[in-house]
Design a protein around this ligand. Structure first.
Ligand code: SAJ
Length: 407
């Protein structure tokens, strides 16, 4: 079988590699020339456990990278789906242009599988009219499928193989055909349903997690008010057989959980309450961290912000992805003109992102008195002994001792 994967980012690349290492002939297409060039030089474009090994295996199998769309029978579209900042609605411009270009080159009867996360109804609202407008008959000239991914950055390769998946299709046979294609590497249960159900399911999975993290974050604020240990409260409550509270943290980042719930807020403004409130709590968490930091500085009579170091720029632990990261939310939105004063370090980030960024951990630690832990990368856990003499705001609950403050 031959496929053309469109979009070689965080999801498209590992998916293309997985297909290639499981007997499928793959051409990966991306409009970013530099990215295609890097892949053709034999290098991956981001860090992910097991990705380099999988990439090497795929190169020995059958995979090519190009900026051109191919004439094929099956396309997997894995392009970003941003949202509009003003009305919080999805902006499907990348999916639209990918489908438009596919239509120009595809064989008659081709199947276009959209993997990108899209809000419920996006295919009905934007993709079907577009295809009809171009004079194609859906179900005849082209078939549509929505096959959202579920993999978690940091454990993508394992999850690609073992997670269950959803395939939404108009026609049962097409759904079954694509199910068979994914079953080449996916050992999990693959459920075939209709397109809109698949769209809704994907978005509400991430919304579920956002709401649950917001609950933990709100608890951290309540416990702070009462000067109580939120982690102890959660640990005890979780002994209840039907309670499973997540962990509070410095905020929610990434391009999934902090984005997808907004699609529902944008599309159902008259209905949505809980989802919107949860989003606002999680978006407000970096500000809570900052307030907590200012209180700690006051308590310790520290007025010089140059003594403060922030550890962690990525959106979560042990990944190199900084999209929507709580630290960036904190320095960009909240600190503004003060941001130059803080010192910043993240072992996963080797390029300059912000002012006063350090690339040497020991030097960073030497230059500060107060440390704010925003990420619990394995790196910091291995260096606990080197930081214990600092005043620490530990938003990830990884270190205990005197002068160590929690959320
Ligand atoms: N976080 C907390 N407390 C927790 C758990 C997470 O504050 O108890 C924070 C993290 O630090 C991070 C954010 O939430 O900033 C999101 O991290 P995550 O690891 O929960 O999820 P993502 O965004 O990396 O990946 C999610 C996953 N979705 C779900 O778990 C429902 C993944 O399966 C999806 O494939 C991915 O979104 C996606 O692409 O949609």
């Amino acid at each position: 079988m031959k496929i053309n994967v469109i979009g070689l980012g965080y999801i498209g690349l590992p998916t293309a590699l997985m297909f290639a290492t499981h007997g499928v002939d793959v051409v990966g297409t991306d409009y970013n020339k530099e990215l295609v060039h890097t892949l053709n030089e034999g290098k991956t474009t981001f860090e992910e456990k097991g990705l380099d090994e999988l990439f090497k295996k795929a190169l020995k199998a059958n995979i090519k990278f190009t900026t051109d769309y191919q004439q094929e029978d099956i396309y997997i579209v894995s392009v970003p789906t941003p949202y509009e900042k003003e009305d919080k609605k999805i902006n499907p411009k990348f999916v639209i242009s990918a489908v438009e270009t596919v239509l120009e080159v595809c064989n008659k009867g081709a199947i276009i599988v959209i993997e990108s996360t899209i809000s419920p109804g996006t295919i009905d609202k934007f993709i079907r009219p577009l295809i009809k407008e171009k004079g194609y008959e859906i179900g005849e000239d082209v078939h549509l499928v929505h096959a959202p991914e579920r993999i978690i950055p940091g454990n993508m390769i394992y999850e690609l193989e073992s997670n269950s998946r959803t395939i939404g299709a108009d026609e049962k046979e097409i759904g079954e055909k694509i199910k068979k294609l994914y079953a080449s590497f996916c050992k999990g249960d693959i459920v075939v349903t209709d397109i809109k159900t698949a769209e809704m399911t994907k978005v509400i999975e991430n919304t579920f997690r956002d709401i649950n993290i917001a609950f933990a974050n709100e608890l951290s604020r309540i416990c702070r008010k009462e000067n109580m240990d939120v982690y102890e409260v959660i640990k005890i409550a979780n002994k209840h057989p039907r309670v499973n509270i997540l962990q509070p943290g410095p905020g929610v980042g990434g391009h999934c959980i902090s984005v997808d719930p907004w699609f529902l807020v944008g599309d159902y403004p008259d209905i949505v309450n809980v989802i919107k409130a949860a989003r606002e709590v999680n978006d407000g968490q970096p500000e809570f961290v900052l307030k907590r930091l200012r209180a700690i500085l006051k308590e310790n009579n520290i007025s010089d912000l140059a003594k403060v170091g922030i550890y962690g720029l990525t959106y979560k632990d042990n990944v190199d992805d900084i999209r929507e990261s709580p630290t960036l939310q904190m320095i960009e939105k909240l600190l503004k003109d003060e941001k130059e004063k803080f010192k910043i370090y993240d072992p996963y980030i080797e390029r300059k992102i912000t002012e006063n960024q350090y690339f040497d951990f020991n030097k960073f630690i030497k230059d500060i008195d107060v440390l704010v832990i925003m990420n619990s990368h394995n790196h910091i856990k291995e260096n606990i002994d080197n930081i214990k003499d600092k005043i620490i705001l530990d938003t990830k609950n990884i270190v205990n001792g005197e002068k160590i403050y929690k959320l």
